[in-house]
Design a protein. Structure first.
Length: 338
């Protein structure tokens, strides 16, 4: 399936032995012109022959096709139907058909959304009934909406919140609980996806993340409430800091071009800078255990980084079981309060 403004297609394929040459690709649904579809099928056949398509795990590559763009980014993923896969496991003689889905866009930037697209395929795999009579009514509409559903949520949230986005970034970074009221299903799902994408989940230790979530949930008065009854959301108990304000400006500036891939890249850079700041602070704390000047450097760093309130909470949780580091954090908290 092509993304808006870029020629492309979706290939569905039955493949009995993807690691050998003994298979055939049967087209199920596409919006590619005939010649380009044949070229895409040839590209997929080569990948299948090499065993380069892994079950349920998408890949992104640049593909040359006979369309105006010539080179397009192609996300492709192989999977088997959930119910047929179970049957094949129970009765080994059954060869469960396998399918390949391709999403094509203007460049290889789909790689920044690979996890979202993998999840999109997973939902297709769970709900799929590939009988011909249901292809047009269920499968095709789902495939057609891939770009809107998997790629555009971050862009829609940026456009919806505008200068209030800083509070959303702050909530994601600090693991503050968020309550969403009076929002339609898509808007609530978009906000939840944005919060998940902006959080440091997977980048900080799992135990730290769990402890932060518990600590923030216990501070019920700190929950961020988002009321979507008006054209622009109204926020209650909103927090922010200079770090999030600066990054909010980067999103707002990027909104003029309306490129969802740019927004995702800004979000990844936002998280990368937050992780760098956490690592710097932890290094300063280790030094400050033995050096009063390093303690002062810690304080200056927290004061100037723009996100001292959040960083201090994160390192406090991480160093809870380390007496010397915990003492340093306690002193820093007193400095910051004063």
């Amino acid at each position: 399936r092509s993304s808006p403004g870029a020629a492309g297609g979706d290939g569905g394929a039955g493949a009995h032995s993807p690691s050998t040459e003994d298979f055939s690709l049967s087209l199920l649904d596409t919006n590619l012109p005939g010649e380009a579809e044949t070229e895409l099928r040839s590209f997929l056949a080569k990948r299948l022959t090499k065993g380069a398509l892994f079950e349920g795990m998408g890949s992104v590559a640049s593909v040359g096709l006979s369309i105006p763009e010539s080179k397009v980014g192609c996300y492709y993923c192989r999977f088997q139907q959930e119910n047929l896969l179970e049957m094949a496991t129970l009765e080994s003689e059954i060869n469960a058909p396998e399918y390949v889905v391709c999403f094509l866009g203007g460049s290889e930037k789909e790689d920044t959304f690979r996890l979202e697209l993998d999840k999109y395929i997973q939902n297709l795999k769970i709900n799929l009934d590939l009988e011909q009579k249901n292809l047009e009514s269920s499968v095709s509409p789902y495939l057609r909406s891939w770009f809107e559903d998997a790629i555009c949520p971050i862009q829609r949230v940026v456009q919806l919140f505008q200068d209030k986005l800083a509070s959303l970034l702050h909530a994601a970074l600090s693991y503050t609980p968020v309550e969403i009221k009076n929002a339609d299903e898509r808007t609530e799902k978009d906000i939840r996806r944005f919060l998940a994408a902006a959080s440091l989940q997977g980048l900080v230790q799992e135990g730290t993340m769990t402890s932060l979530c518990i600590a923030m949930t216990e501070e019920q008065h700190k929950s961020l409430e988002i009321d979507c009854s008006a054209p622009q959301p109204h926020l209650h108990n909103a927090g922010s800091n200079r770090f999030c304000e600066d990054w909010m400006q980067a999103f707002v500036n990027g909104a003029e071009g309306g490129n969802p891939f740019l927004f995702r890249q800004i979000l990844e850079n936002f998280k990368l800078k937050a992780i760098q700041d956490i690592n710097n602070l932890k290094r300063f704390i280790r030094q400050a255990e033995m050096n009063h000047y390093a303690l002062f450097k810690c304080y200056l760093f927290l004061k100037n980084c723009g996100s001292g309130d959040i960083l201090l909470k994160i390192v406090k949780v991480e160093h809870a079981e380390m007496p010397e580091a915990r003492n340093v954090v306690t002193v820093l908290e007193e400095f910051m309060r004063e």
